[in-house]
Write a protein of this length. Sequence first.
Length: 95
Amino acid sequence: MNKYHIFSIVALILAAVMLLSVSAECAVENSPLRKLGRGALNIIFGWFEVILQPAVQENPYDIFLGFFKGFGCAIGRTAAGVYDLATFPIPIPAD
């Protein structure tokens, strides 16, 4: 198997997980599949915060502040995604 086939298989698995996370069966707020999908999406798209945060700054001179804020948010979002992905089978306790 070459690298292209492995990448294609991983991409298909991630797409299936994302589709399952938004399906009607996963409409329950604390379901394991929803937690798995949320974790995968946070890992994949967490770094977009580096781009997003400078764009939402009101003052154009705060672009550097937005970059560092986005970097921090990206680390937090990606870490939360890793946590969700690692603990998706464990149910969230009810209050």
